[in-house]
Ligand binder design. Sequence first.
Ligand SMILES: [Cu+2]
Length: 724
Amino acid sequence: MVELDEITITGQAITETLSGNTLDAAGLASEQARSSDTAAMFKDIPGVSLSTGGGVSSLPVVHGMADDRVNVVVNGMNLSSACANHMNPALSYMAPAAVGKATVMAGITPVSQGGDSIGGTISVDPLPPAFATPEQPTLFSGRLGGFYRSVNDNFGINAGTAIASENWRLDYNGSFSKARSYFAGNNGSEVIPSGFLSTNHNFKLSSKLDRGYWAADVAGQHLPYQGFPNQRMDMVRNDSVLGGLNFENAYDWGSMDGKFYFHQTWHTMDMMPERGGSMLMKTDGTDLGYRLRSHIYLSDLHTLHIGNEFFRQTLDDWWPADGSHEQDYINLRNAERNRMGTFAELQTNWNSQWVTLLGLRNDTVWMDTGTVHGYSTGVMDEFWANIIPGVDYSRVGIVPFNAVEHARTDVNFDVTALTSYTPDDYSRYELGFARKVRSPNVYERYAWNGGTDKSMVGWAGDGNGYQGNLNLKPETAYNFSFSANWHDAEQKIWSVSLSPYYTHIVDYIWGRADSIDRGGFRGMYFVNLPQADLYGADASGRYLFLPQSPAGSFAVRAKAAYVRGVGEDGGRGRPCPYAPEDGQAICSAQGWPIEGLKAPNKVNLYHMMPLHGTFALENELETGWGKFSNYLGVDLVSRKTAVAKTYGEPQTPGYVLVNLRTSYQYQKFKLDVGVDNLFDKAYFHPLGGVYIAQTVPPHTYSPAKLPAVPAMGRSVFVAVNVEF
Ligand SMILES: [Cu+2]
């Protein structure tokens, strides 16, 4: 499904062809038919896996880096998660059907593609606007699609329409998707709560420039609920408004592109009825930013990319008081995180064989937040927030949050060097080095409450509670990657690619356990590990072994990926601060040792996908009655034994899944049908997290063996799309 594709958009052409994988139209369409989750469209790309949670909010993991470590760009924008559990990540704001182009850079991200991230890049964009021509002065187009998936009765519709003259164009796109909780394999039970309902609308007005366009768009999301089986809370409302201005134009000296945007999210969490219980949490977040880039032709050989961007995130996060509380719990008040990024990148096409790309980038991040308080003015809630008279804080080893300055500024520098060598028509090699820096996010620095009983901050799907650390430093990654591609001259019959990589990270941001309570969950505190190392390789290949036959063409495809992540710890969790105040009972209830928990010297990093691969047989048949594309694939995932023990990450058994699908296209009509997990295998996704609903009474389990979330059983899907 993944093809190295010719990129034609001005300004992005050059850097994306280095180290990029673009999903072609057919690949996109096939993924769109199978899931309501935009991040899931990337899961078949070697080196990409998913950290799953809600039905439309998975987080992509690229070469072992997840979440904020990956540079995710949606239509040129940085959109942050306005949630302590990262339930509304950037990709959840664009429905799969709205994606016109999807690119993954699993290896090295050129500085012109973004900063403040240390992993690869995922970008999704709508298609650039097409205008009418003098021959056909008015253009009218539309599309209508619907789908159904049996495992969770997920049904949805997508609609789009556009009207264009030679100079103007108006687009509307909308989508609706609703699902109940899904069923686990082997006739398993419902995994609760995992249902969702999501609606998205987007209007765009575009105007043609002599060699480009500008566009203004406004989008809205209304998401009434989304269950998260690996979190303590569910999303019970996510409303957002997103507005932007875009332009792109070519000139004799080069090209320019620009973007200005504003995004407001109103997010509410509670427990969905099937989970039971109630505890309201609210987050209001905004994103505001611009990006300006110029691509200047210095000579026949050299192109200079320069750019500047600004991105500001603000967050208010509070948990409203219900009858049993004195006051609202303030998790974040007026938190802000600002970033100014500036880069220069020189691309040189030395000759038809050698291309080099050298980039330098600065990101200055400044952040701040206001004072906080807990649900009450009692000692336990005040302890972490304010200085309590009589407490000797030098003895307890903490400083209450309101007693210290919160403003922090980081000045970060990124460097990238990439070269590609194409010696002949049969091979291509890329070698890259990057130094990348990421500053902590607002929760990593400012989540203020410690101890396991406030386990509401955390996005790893592990059920642990995380406390921020004002002394966190940015993490710095040194990435080395190499990629070799071999293929036939036409790139039609066979291709093989192999991409090993190694990343050394200094000051890796990590949750160190302070306490392990009776339920087996941990009270974590964000620290910088002195160092962490990630290494692995992706391999893929395709062979069209029967280009022509009465039954069409036949090809085999294979891919495999391996990643290993190890960090150096050996530190000690903080000593239980309640103990000196005669609070030993609290310490023992929270499993918080007075002398502090000793961390192992070496720790396995969290969310590392075990060795996995896919073998597939593909068939394409063109007939007078349309085109058939058939796919039979076998996914193999090995047992996950290298788990982050200090997070309580579950081990998961290996499994084999068989997936079958076929698509039929006749002119502007397209039908996709298929079965995922054909044999209804019961399995656990290795990055699916802990099944929280199973850990509350009356369920019992062993604390060292927290239950993993059962993955989806057999699902029959059908999708119909018509264009007119
Ligand atoms: Cu949330």
